[in-house]
Design a protein. Structure first.
Length: 206
């Protein structure tokens, strides 16, 4: 899809070369459903941080959120690595080109990997916690009721679902079939299909 410059209603988006590069890369390689999911994941996480007074590195979180599912796209899909690990490598490569130091590059990859792992608290790792909050809200509707209805409606009007739920389920199911034992396979086995189907964000499908 073509890169979009649309802002996120009510949410501050970081400026700078890294944020713009991550946005362009995600927009060029992901379809509308997956790209919009990535933006909404950042928005839900950022709004959650505002509500709960969580301090975090906005640029780092934004870059990881925009890139976190690129391992599900054909060009970046790995035959052996779980999709979140492949996505972490995409982040490492992009941020290396931007001149990020090794430690910060590793943090971007870590956030992407951890979004499919056991829950991380805000005290342990605020950026990873926010990515887990944002992705789980958008995929399965977890905590969606805690966000103001006006915020959610405005977000969906600019970044609509575009059939994200069923498309995402197809992607993770296919990953699990090809890579038994990966986090996507465990997600499917754990009943994510039912949670996706019950997501209140899809109550009025676009």
């Amino acid at each position: 899809m073509e890169p979009t410059g649309a802002g996120i209603p009510g949410v501050e988006v970081p400026g700078g070369a890294a944020a713009e590069a991550a946005r362009i890369l995600a927009a060029e390689y992901a379809d509308e459903a997956l790209f919009n999911h990535s933006v909404r994941s950042y928005a839900f996480g950022a709004e959650y941080a505002r509500q709960h007074g969580i301090e975090y590195d906005r640029e780092l979180f934004y870059v990881a959120a925009l890139l976190h599912d690129l391992g599900l796209t054909v060009p970046f899909d790995s035959h052996t690595l779980p999709f979140e690990e492949a996505g972490g490598h995409v982040a490492r490569v992009l941020t290396a080109g931007l001149g990020w130091p090794l430690e910060r590059r590793e943090r971007a990859a870590e956030l992407i990997v951890l979004h499919m792992r056991d829950d991380v608290t805000a005290e342990e790792d605020p950026e990873s916690h926010l990515l887990q909050v944002g992705t789980s809200a958008d995929v399965s509707g977890l905590r969606v009721g805690a966000f103001a209805a006006e915020f959610t409606a405005a977000l969906l009007s600019v970044y609509p679902r575009a059939g994200f739920g069923p498309a995402f389920l197809d992607l993770v199911t296919e990953q699990g079939v090809r890579k038994p034992g990966c986090a996507a396979a465990h997600l499917v086995a754990g009943g994510v299909a039912a949670r996706i189907a019950a997501n209140p964000l899809d109550a009025a499908r676009d």
